[in-house]
Ligand binder design. Sequence first.
Ligand SMILES: Cc1cc2nc3c(=O)[nH]c(=O)nc-3n(C[C@H](O)[C@H](O)[C@H](O)COP(=O)(O)OP(=O)(O)OC[C@H]3O[C@@H](n4cnc5c(N)ncnc54)[C@H](O)[C@@H]3O)c2cc1C
Length: 301
Amino acid sequence: MPLTHDQQAEIDETRAETRQTLRATSEGMEAHLYRAHPVLDHGFVRVIDYMGDDAAITQAARVSYGRGTKSVQNDEGLIRYLMRHWHSTPFEMCEVKLHVKLPVFVARQWIRHRTANVNEYSARYSILDREFYTPAPEQLAAQSKQNNQGRGTVLEGEEAARVLELLKSGADRAYDSYEAMLDQGDQQGLARELARMALPASIYTQWYWKVDLHNLFHFLRLRADPHAQYEIRVYAEAISACVADWVPLAWGAFEEYRLGGATLSASALDCVRRMLKGEEVTQETSGMSKREWGEFREVIG
Ligand SMILES: Cc1cc2nc3c(=O)[nH]c(=O)nc-3n(C[C@H](O)[C@H](O)[C@H](O)COP(=O)(O)OP(=O)(O)OC[C@H]3O[C@@H](n4cnc5c(N)ncnc54)[C@H](O)[C@@H]3O)c2cc1C
């Protein structure tokens, strides 16, 4: 359970307090506001605030004075056009602020997305909780033989039990040392900013992460992809569910042209054209490397 009773009460209290506003709101996103969506064993994603809705995108594209057209069809057509033609700035008019609790090794991948604003929980100021990510049995997999950057078959039986035990006891021992170093008693204790060196990358951290919709789509395209590591992908999926409710038209366009679409190189496009004319194209005659040919075959099915 990622939230304590007090934390949940605070969320309920915040949700009970409503205000009137002239600003655009999204009914779908209002339903998510402040709620914690559990991710992994102790993590979560919460929407803290947001700005804009689907109409804000078309409004910016048209540089209109008011709310713009009342026609959803017009808005949808324009949003799909913008997405299709990589006209990205109107999507930057929408923003979202998230509160995320995540293991440090996931945070390390996440922070590579530089086009966001971040404020992380200070382990110089505060003491971190004894909370570590332990993979569920179906995620405890061996190194992939094909993909150096991925996992293969799931570990079973004694091997799975041994690895789990090593992960758990290692994390516990590290936390015991952390606590012992901080321990005041009759000693001074080591500063929190140094004692944290003993903690493993599976420990949970938290941050506020604010990003605009264009850069969020970029993040989601990379991290909700099946090739992304499972532990960051599940966060991307939880965020995707919120975005789909927040800006359904933009999300639909994103699914159509980015998630479900593909970019073809000049050589790949040439192959498609030759195939459509009935030519049998092979890797050798494609002008592509083996790897690229494999990826191309995957795209065209
Ligand atoms: C499957 C996968 C595997 C990966 N493996 C590795 C790895 O092994 N090692 C590793 O180090 N990283 C790895 N990464 C991280 C990856 O290289 C990127 O750093 C990360 O995905 C962030 O992408 P980004 O720079 O496009 O995003 P952002 O930082 O959000 O930037 C978005 C866009 O803004 C522009 N931009 C932002 N900052 C600048 C800048 N300073 N100069 C110019 N343009 C800028 C670029 O157009 C960029 O695409 C991996 C990522 C994925 C998804």
